[in-house]
Design a protein around this ligand. Structure first.
Ligand code: NDP
Ligand code: MG
Length: 400
C-alpha cells in the first residue's frame, strides 16, 4: 500500500440516492484519478438515480422493479449510455459482489440492506458500512463472514469511524489486550434533548427530522430524536470492536464535534474531532490507510469555544434502555428491536402514532418472546418478520 494509486478503484454505491450515497459521490468526484463509480442503486427516487447515472456513467444501475428498470434503461440508452440496469435484491447482490468491484459503500437504510451488504462481505470486498441495521440484525453471522472472507470492514457511522481512528491497528487482538478500558460513544441528544417531557406527545415528524447538527435521511433522523440511533450504535460498537455492552458508555455531547472517544487503562483518553459532515468518515474509509481531501472545512475551535457533556436521561429516551437490554439479551433480540423500530418509525412518519409510542411498540415486541440463539440467516430473517408482524398487531390493536 501507499504511494501512487495505479488504477482507479471501482466503487459500488448501494443507496446512491440517499444522504450518505450523495455525500459519497461528492467525495468520489473530488478524486477522479482514484475512484470510478461501478454501480449505483436507488429505490423510490428514480429520477435522481437517472441524473446520477448521466453524471457518473456507471457500468450498472439497480432499481427495485422490472417496470422501473425498463424506464431507466430506455432513458439511459437514449442518452447514449451503456449502463446495464439490474433489478431487485438479486441485482444489488450482483453489483455488491462483482469481481471487478474494489469497494462497496453499504448505504441502503434498514433491513433492506442486509443481503447486499452480506454479499459484499462474503465476496471479500472492502466494505464501507453505513447501513448499521444490517450489522445490528445479524452481528454474529456478519462478523463471522468478515473473518472468513477477509473482507475489510470500515465503519462510516461517525462515532464508529472515530473509535476506529482512536484504536491501535491491532485492536482485533481484543480490547483488553490493547489496553482499552471503555468506549465513550457520543450523542448529540437530538432535537428533543430539552423539550418538556409532556410536549413529546405532540411532536411532529418535521420536528423530529430537524436535527440540530446533522442533515440525514428521515429514518435515522427519527432514530436520533428517540436516541434509538444511539442504541443501535451501541450494538454496532459491540460487534465492530468486540466489546461487551457494559464497556460502551453513552455521553451526550450537544455540539457533535467530538465524534467518540476511547478510554485506556493508563488514563489516556483519545478522541476524534471534526465538523459534523459525513464526508469526513466517508473519505477516511475510502482512502484508508491514506488520507484524502473531503471538502470539509477545517475545524475552527475558536468559533466552537466550548464542548459540553451530560449523562443520557433514560426516562426521556426509553429507546436507549430498550437497545441496551437487547444488546445484553443477544441472539435474536437486536433483530427484533430493529424490526419493531423500523415499523414504529414508519408509522410515526405516516402520523399514525405519537412519538413516545415508538418506544411502547418496541417494548411490547421485545416482551413478547425471549431471545433465541442465532444459528443462521434464516433465524434472523424469521425474527425480523415476526417482530414486524407483532408491531403491526400493536398498531391494529390500538386502532392506528
Ligand atoms: P436515506 O433515506 O437518505 O437513503 C437511503 C437509501 O436507501 C436511498 O438511496 C434509498 O433509495 C435506499 N433505499 C431505501 N429503501 C430501500 C429498499 N427497500 N431497498 C433498496 N434501497 C432502499 O438514508 P441515509 O443516507 O441517511 O442513511 C443510510 C444508512 O446510513 C442508514 O442505515 C443510516 O442509519 C446510516 N447512516 C446515515 C448517516 C447520515 O448522516 N445520513 C450517518 C450514519 C449512518 P431512494 O432514496 O431512491 O428511495
Ligand atoms: Mg452515528
Amino acid at each position: 500500500m501507499g504511494g501512487a494509486v495505479s488504477r482507479p478503484q471501482q466503487i459500488t454505491v448501494l443507496g446512491a440516492t440517499g444522504s450518505i450515497g450523495l455525500s459519497t459521490l461528492d467525495v468520489i468526484s473530488r478524486h477522479p484519478e482514484r475512484y470510478r463509480v461501478f454501480a449505483l442503486s436507488g429505490f423510490a427516487r428514480l429520477a435522481e438515480l437517472e441524473a446520477l447515472c448521466l453524471l457518473y456513467r456507471p457500468r450498472y444501475a439497480v432499481v427495485p422493479g422490472a417496470e422501473a428498470a425498463r424506464h431507466l434503461q430506455g432513458g439511459l440508452l437514449a442518452a447514449g449510455l451503456t449502463t446495464r440496469v439490474l433489478v431487485g435484491v438479486a441485482g444489488l447482490c450482483e453489483v455488491a459482489a462483482h469481481p471487478e468491484v474494489d469497494a462497496v459503500m453499504a448505504a441502503i437504510v434498514g433491513a433492506a440492506g442486509l443481503k447486499p451488504t452480506l454479499a459484499a462481505v462474503e465476496a471479500g470486498k472492502k466494505v464501507l458500512l453505513a447501513n448499521k441495521e444490517a450489522l445490528v440484525m445479524s452481528g454474529a453471522l456478519f462478523m463471522q463472514a468478515v473473518r472468513k472472507s477477509g473482507a475489510v470492514l470500515l465503519p462510516i457511522d461517525s462515532e464508529h469511524n472515530a473509535i476506529f481512528q482512536c484504536l491501535p491497528t491491532d485492536y482485533a487482538r481484543g480490547l483488553a489486550a490493547v489496553g482499552v478500558r471503555r468506549i465513550l460513544l457520543t450523542a448529540s441528544g437530538g432535537p428533543f434533548r430539552e423539550t418538556p417531557l409532556a410536549e413529546l406527545e405532540q411532536v411532529s415528524p418535521e420536528q423530529a427530522c430537524a436535527h440540530p447538527n446533522w442533515s440525514m435521511g428521515r429514518k435515522i433522523s427519527v432514530d436520533s430524536a428517540s436516541m434509538m440511533n444511539k442504541g443501535l450504535e451501541l450494538i454496532e460498537a459491540c460487534w465492530l470492536f468486540d466489546a461487551r455492552p457494559a464497556q460502551v458508555e453513552v455521553v451526550i455531547h450537544p455540539q457533535s464535534v467530538i465524534h467518540s472517544l476511547v478510554d485506556y487503562v493508563d488514563g489516556s483518553v483519545l478522541a476524534q474531532l471534526g465538523n459534523p459532515d459525513m464526508r469526513t468518515p466517508i473519505s477516511h474509509a475510502l482512502a484508508w490507510p491514506e488520507r484524502i481531501d473531503s471538502g470539509v472545512a477545517p475545524l475552527n475551535l475558536f468559533s466552537i469555544a466550548r464542548l459540553d457533556f451530560l449523562p443520557p436521561d433514560e426516562l426521556r429516551f426509553p429507546c436507549l434502555r430498550l437497545a441496551r437490554q437487547a444488546a445484553e439479551a443477544g441472539g435474536t433480540a437486536p433483530a427484533m428491536l430493529n424490526a419493531a423500530n423500523e415499523v414504529a418509525v414508519a408509522a410515526f412518519l405516516e402520523r399514525r402514532i405519537r412519538f413516545p409510542e415508538i418506544a411502547s411498540i418496541i417494548d411490547a415486541v421485545l416482551n413478547f418472546e425471549p431471545a433465541a440463539v442465532v444459528e443462521s440467516l434464516d433465524v434472523v430473517l424469521a425474527a425480523d418478520s415476526r417482530a414486524r408482524a407483532l408491531a403491526e398487531q400493536w398498531l391494529n390493536r390500538h386502532g392506528r
